[in-house]
Design a binder for this molecule. Structure first.
Ligand code: BES
Ligand code: ZN
Length: 636
């Protein structure tokens, strides 16, 4: 029943046979609706019934009467319709509407899947004749021009086998098997490779598939093009590549280091330096820090030489190898970034010790794992100069474990002095490499500043075993998450080994002033977190006073702020937050944001709010301090 004298224009007339209906509906004659209509009464018609009585059908600005007529669509509800009560008609209408909506959705779905190639995959899967394959359009990966690798391919495990020649022509022959996961169907796979020749390509799941390779030397990439699409599967694919190159005579990738022995002769060792973008020079890989994977390394080397890698040796075999050669296979690593992989082959000598297993609070020593061997290596004749570094390393390792409450993740730690080395040292996981002056201390010659330097470099690289290696910055723009932490923690580690060197007291003088200096530069300055790096040079430029000294300084500031002191107590909120950060992100990659969130968990202060400005904005706040009588006025 209408609650007012609502009306609409009489367009229906007798043509639709509906006016003056037997249902007692008095048709209004104005095209005006009153929203206060009461539909609860069975005598009132449903909207559809009202509209069906209208003569003109308008939609999309057109009149569709001709179509209705042409299709003989009944324009009025049939007689039987009104045998049902209004409630039943309402339910019926609802059911019809739902069925129509379902049908439309299904049709749309089928059309979308078919046009986006989904169905062609089903066709591929069911067909055993390669000729049935539908032509696949070249996809974006085949013409990749970006510095960053595509995200659709993710490596999970590498098996790397290298045979380096330590005499002319210094050729390295290699094979790498990579288990990878594919997010969507691809005809091409882009990976990192620089200055090496890929000589064979095999894909385990589609072995017959022809493939070719195109190099982009500017980007340090190789694109493997397959004869047909590689389908995304639930299980990983295995890509097997054969490759070769020359052992580099530079200081990155897999390179030659030459030294003069006690016999006055030149000797050669082969070693690696991969950070930041040089793993791709030693083997085809996915050379970005966030593409973490497990690595199993095999080195085929002369039997009389030492071969080291990140993990302890697992097996050795001479089967099928030339005279005097042995294949040394190392245990597979935990998930890690390619820039932290390392291997060394040469005539090396060492001093060794052990560090007892880490025992967590409440755990008995008997339940802890085995003790960990720690060794310091150098070329023959340097034994005596290795001892001081060994003593430091043996003290620093348990000190970090105690502060961070997270055990060192690997079963051994080697520190190696390399005669030719570009940086001061490099934190390869479990196989740290050092310039000789940063590791060797001749007990007869070394002065206090040499000793001070060695302890801080040893402690710096060992701090990376947690900050950088276990938990890694997602990309180089947040390098400070590696280097800022190592810069701050090296003082805590070195203090544990050599408390009389007063590392913490010198922080301001040595590092914070360097931070302010770097922050005052106009052309090279950048925020701690810098987006959009897209070249070797841009990445190298991140290894600066901002990432190291400003990074370290804001961590020290935060540590002091959270604890009200920089003396470390058992209830240290900052360290408790870092334990969380490491545990939550172990074997993974992080952003500054994840750090702030983890620290937030151990305090009521709003850490992200406070730290955002330090993270994303360059410079430091300027405080003006004025003396007004006996008052000190600080303003910003
Ligand atoms: N990760 C760096 C080494 C590095 C630096 C690799 C630049 C690639 C490019 C290492 O942890 C480091 O910082 N080494 C310092 C020594 C440290 C005590 C400041 C170095 O090499 O000077
Ligand atoms: Zn470092």
């Amino acid at each position: 029943m209408l609650t007012h004298e609502g009306s609409y224009d009489d367009q229906g007339g007798s043509e639709n046979g509906y006016q003056n209906s037997a249902r007692g509906f008095d048709r209004p004659n104005q095209n005006v609706f009153d929203l206060s209509m009461d539909y609860s009464d069975d005598e009132v018609l449903l909207d559809w019934e009202q509209y069906s009585g209208m003569r003109k059908y308008r939609a999309c600005g057109c009149e569709w009467n001709w179509l209705i007529r042409c299709l003989h669509v009944p324009t009025t509800p049939p007689e039987w319709w009104y045998r049902y009560s209004r409630r039943q008609r309402h339910i019926l209408l609802g059911l019809i509407a739902s069925a129509v909506a379902l049908a439309i959705t299904l049709i749309v779905l089928v059309v979308v899947v078919a046009t986006h190639g989904g169905l062609s995959h089903f066709a591929l899967g069911g067909s055993d004749a390669a000729n049935d394959v539908l032509p696949v359009p070249e996809d974006a990966m085949c013409n990749w021009t970006q510095w960053r690798l595509p995200e659709a391919v993710r490596p999970e495990q590498y098996w790397l086998r290298l045979t380096p020649q330590l005499q002319p022509p210094y050729r390295v022959d290699g094979t790498v098997k990579i288990d990878f996961h594919l997010a969507n169907a691809q005809r091409c796979i882009v990976l990192s490779a620089a200055g090496l020749d890929i000589t064979s390509i095999r894909l385990s799941t589609q072995q017959q598939m022809p493939a070719s390779v195109v190099y982009n030397e500017d980007l340090g990439q190789a694109t493997i093009k397959f004869g047909q699409e590689v389908n995304p599967l639930m299980t990983a694919h295995t890509l097997q590549l054969g490759f070769n190159y020359n052992l580099s005579d530079g200081l990155s990738g897999f390179y030659q280091s030459v030294y003069t022995g006690a016999d006055e002769q030149d000797h050669l060792l082969a070693t690696t330096q991969f950070e930041a973008n040089a793993a791709r020079k030693a083997f085809p890989c996915f050379d970005e820090p966030a593409f973490k994977a497990e690595f199993e390394v095999t080195l085929v080397v002369p039997e009389n030489l030492t071969a080291l890698s990140n993990m302890p040796q697992q097996s050795a075999s001479t089967e099928g190898l030339g005279e005097g050669l042995v294949a040394r296979t190392f245990m597979h690593t935990p998930p890690m970034s390619s820039y932290l992989l390392a291997f060394i082959v040469g005539n090396l000598t060492s001093v060794s010790g052990t560090v007892p297993a880490y025992t967590a609070a409440g755990q008995s020593a008997a339940d802890a794992g085995p003790s960990r061997p720690v060794s310091v290596w150098g070329t023959p004749g340097k034994e005596e100069s290795l001892r001081e570094a060994l003593d430091i390393a043996k003290k620093v390792l348990p000190a970090y474990e105690g502060l961070l409450k997270v055990p060192f993740a690997l079963p051994k730690l080697d520190l190696v002095a390399i005669p030719d080395f570009a940086a001061g040292a490099m934190e390869n996981w479990g196989l740290i490499t050092y310039r000789e002056t940063a590791l060797l201390l001749d007990p007869e010659q070394a002065g206090i500043s040499d000793k001070r330097y060695v302890a801080s470099v040893v402690a710096h690289e060992m701090a990376h075993q947690w900050f950088g290696n276990l938990v890694t910055m997602g990309y180089w723009g947040e390098l400070w998450l590696n280097e800022g932490f190592a810069t701050y923690f090296e003082d805590l580690g070195a203090t544990a080994a050599r408390p009389d060197y007063l590392y913490k007291e010198y922080f301001f003088d040595e590092k914070e002033t360097a931070a302010f200096e770097a922050d005052a530069l106009t052309t090279s300055n950048h925020p701690l977190a810098t987006p959009g790096l897209d070249s070797d040079d841009a990445i190298e430029a991140m290894f600066d006073g901002i990432s190291y000294d400003k990074g370290g300084s804001i961590l020290r500031m935060l540590h002091a702020y959270l604890n009200d002191t920089i003396e470390y107590t058992s209830g240290d909120t900052f360290l408790a937050g870092l334990t969380q950060y490491l545990q939550m992100n172990e074997f993974g990659s992080v952003t500054s944001e994840k750090l702030w969130q983890a620290l937030q968990a151990s305090t009521t202060l709003n850490i992200p709010d406070m730290m955002h400005v330090w993270t994303y904005q360059q410079g430091a706040p300027l405080l003006s301090v004025t003396l007004r009588g006996s008052d000190v006025l600080v303003s910003q």
